[in-house]
Design a protein around this ligand. Structure first.
Ligand code: PMP
Length: 366
């Protein structure tokens, strides 16, 4: 059968040509006699807590649409975070929430020229895609050699065309946090009409006392938007639920651009139940942090020079040895995430997975 002729004139927007493809973490390679572990997507390796599974099973009215604005979840979050429910907007994962922020604040100016969105690079792989799709131009500011944001250079990169700045703390994939003082200083340097997004996807894994907590800041800065998620600490990545926290001057606009029903009834119920069992959730986070610290200590002992690791992952600056390391990991049935010839990011997983990763690092050599 002949292939259907392309429909004349049916073309995607030109920006699509320039978009990088999101390469999601691959499942682990199967190796005879070895259990496979996926350490390539910064997921929570622990199964959902029983109460969450029960609550999902009890959510049967899925013939009905969910609450379009997740009222119950926003009220539950408001109690937990001690903020007004008006300051919270939910989304399909924090990525859905980020797309909403960009759709609201970045795109093209009134003369059709692209706005600019400034972010550190390397950072979260989805940023260039979300920014490109919004119609805005990415302005990438290289990280410092130790994997931290170069905030002075980022502030200097802000121009009259900049509408949004994305800050990622801890930074995916390198791991360091931004400090409270650094963020305050940065907010003081950036014009107040520029929206500053603080992506705190890994917040619950942070133990550095100097780290920024956006909640302590956003009331003082009407241009500050926090991004948070149930995908990591709460282990609900498969359900897609995240949220923004900002002052009403921002959240009122986000509600206009919201995709109605972005958070499903199952996701909303699971997120509420997870908050109801926060002690259990945070105890699991503690166990993952202990595993992270075990991995970092072992690798440091082996002579690896690691950047600060405050998320649920570590970053190996392997340069031209990246490909060899990723291949060696595959032979050990570990899937890891390689970023070109810059580095390899390895998520903290099950205890056995982490032990195998430590052994691999020892035999590969720092
Ligand atoms: N921000 C950062 C920094 C991330 O690493 C991720 C997930 N890898 C996300 C946002 C998106 O998470 P989700 O959409 O699952 O909430």
């Amino acid at each position: 059968d002949a292939a259907p002729a392309p429909a004349p004139g049916v073309r995607p927007r030109a920006v699509l040509d320039a978009l990088p493809r999101y390469a999601a973490g691959r499942p682990a390679t199967v190796v005879e006699g070895l259990q496979s572990f996926k350490l390539s997507s910064n997921e929570n390796p622990l199964p959902p807590i029983p109460a969450v599974l029960d609550a999902i099973r009890d959510t049967t009215a899925i013939n009905r649409y969910p609450d379009a604005v997740s009222t119950r979840l926003r009220e539950r979050l408001a109690t937990y975070l001690e903020v007004p429910a008006e300051d919270i907007v939910t989304g399909g994962g924090s990525l859905g929430a980020l797309n909403q922020v960009l759709a609201t604040y970045a795109g093209q100016n009134d003369f059709g020229a692209p706005d600019e969105v400034v972010y550190a690079w390397r950072s979260f792989e989805a940023y260039p895609i979300s920014v490109g799709l919004s119609g805005a131009t990415s302005v990438r500011v290289p990280l410092l050699p130790d994997g931290r944001h170069d905030l002075a250079a980022m502030a200097a990169a802000v121009t009259e065309n900049t509408r949004v700045v994305l800050l990622c703390t801890p930074n995916n994939p390198t791991g360091p946090i931004l400090t409270h003082d650094e963020v305050v200083d940065f907010l003081g340097r950036v014009p107040s009409h520029v929206v500053v997004v603080l992506d705190e996807a890994y917040l619950e894994f942070v133990r550095d006392p100097a780290a920024v907590d956006g909640l302590a800041l956003y009331r003082a800065y009407p241009n500050l938007v926090l991004l948070r998620t149930f995908s990591k600490a709460h282990g609900l990545a498969g359900l897609r639920v995240g949220y923004t926290v900002a002052q009403p001057v921002i959240t009122e606009n986000l509600r206009v651009s919201a995709v109605p029903f972005a958070v499903s009834s199952l996701a909303e119920t699971a997120a509420i139940t997870s908050l109801d069992h926060l002690d259990e959730v945070l105890a699991r986070v503690d166990s993952l942090v202990a595993e992270r610290d075990r991995v970092v200590a072992a690798l440091t002992e082996q002579g690896w020079d690691l950047p600060q690791a405050e998320g649920n992952f570590v970053w190996l600056r392997l340069g031209e040895r990246c490909g060899d390391f990723a291949a060696a990991a595959e032979r050990q049935a570990l899937s890891v995430r390689r970023f070109g010839d810059e580095g390899v990011r390895v998520s903290i997983g099950e205890v056995d997975a982490n032990t195998r990763f430590i052994d691999l690092c020892r035999s590969f050599g720092a």
